[in-house]
Design a protein. Structure first.
Length: 338
């Protein structure tokens, strides 16, 4: 938890004159990592994975923010009010009109950062969930289900495809228009086994998006839309169609120059009959296997695949892969007050 999101969340500077958040409270929030797009479902399809970041927030009578990071991002992320979770909490309290208490955060991070596995979405969802749990009761959102949390997180994150499964779990379809963000849960065949191949290189979402053209031909949009429909059908109970359904025409080829090793691995796996795609903005590769046996075969293929250098024109160190079978998270965000 704690990467900068594309829109940016400023650190509130002025002290809000309102009810003060009570010191001496503690809340623990856990949020799953996510994989978005799933091939053609650009900015709309998302799947929650069994990789959970856990955040413990304690309010204190002392001023200021102190953050302890354990696991992914330790030694690299801010340990003060500039940490993304802290900024999210303070921004939510300012929006609610509450005077902040001092904050002590402990983030146990499992989700890799800068790899297309939803670490920023998890940070924002956890920060908002913790902030609401710690507010004076009169200032908390009227909560019917998890819709208010999803809507708030989608506004801050900027894209709902990672936020929706982080909040709800499992498989989601989301959209964002002039009316705001909406999402719905989709059916998911229980035989599907996600495999993620995580390279030892990062890629920012901003960089990945900068490679996309402003316009696409009508035929490309139509073909991609058809594949999204087929993918929803395949995920719901026809996994034998996943290889064809995960074909993308909208974003993966355009982003390939920024992640040549990922593009090469995807090509190799798809040629072998496996539904491999870029996870989110990349560079992680997601494979939607249809059985544990196929998942094991995928892991063996990745281990046997020739390495690809980060710069194909140089003798730079080769990209290496960490292969995980995290399972699918079905519950989404969890909040426990102490």
């Amino acid at each position: 938890m704690g990467r900068t999101n594309p829109a940016g969340i400023p650190v509130p500077q002025a002290r809000v004159h309102g009810p003060v958040v009570a010191p001496g409270q503690r809340v623990t929030v856990s949020v799953p990592g996510t994989t978005a797009n799933l091939g053609p479902g650009y900015d709309c399809l998302g799947l929650a994975l069994g990789l959970r970041d856990t955040l413990t927030v304690t309010t204190t009578a002392e001023t200021g923010v102190k953050v302890e990071v354990e696991g992914e991002g330790a030694g690299c992320l801010p340990t003060d009010a500039h940490h993304l979770v802290a900024r999210t909490i303070l921004a939510r309290w300012a929006d609610a009109g509450a005077g902040p208490a001092g904050l002590r955060l402990h983030a146990h991070n499992v989700i890799p950062h800068g790899r297309g596995l939803g670490s920023s979405a998890a940070a924002i969802v956890s920060g908002l969930a913790a902030a609401d749990a710690l507010l004076p009761e009169a200032l908390r959102r009227e909560v019917t289900g998890r819709e208010p949390l999803f809507a708030a997180a989608a506004r801050l994150e900027g894209h709902p495809d990672n936020v929706a499964p982080a909040v709800e779990g499992a498989l989601t379809l989301s959209l964002q228009d002039e009316h705001g963000a909406r999402s719905t849960a989709l059916e998911l065949d229980p035989s599907i086994v996600p495999v993620v191949a995580i390279p030892d290189t990062e890629l920012s979402t901003r960089t990945a998006r900068s490679l996309l053209p402003d316009t696409v031909p009508h035929a490309v949009a139509a073909a991609n839309g058809a594949h999204v429909g087929l993918l929803v059908h395949a995920l719901a109970g026809h996994p034998e169609l996943l290889l064809a359904a995960t074909e993308d025409r909208l974003h993966q080829d355009q982003r390939a120059p920024a992640m040549p090793a990922s593009a090469e691995l995807i090509s190799r796996l798809r040629s072998a009959g496996h539904a491999a795609v870029v996870s989110g903005a990349g560079p992680t590769v997601l494979i939607l296997a249809v059985s544990a046996r196929e998942a094991d075969a995928v892991a063996e293929l990745i281990a046997a695949a020739p390495t690809v250098t980060r710069d194909p024109g140089s003798r730079a160190a080769a990209v290496t892969w960490r292969v995980l079978m995290p399972g699918i998270d079905l519950t989404g965000v969890r909040v426990e007050s102490h």
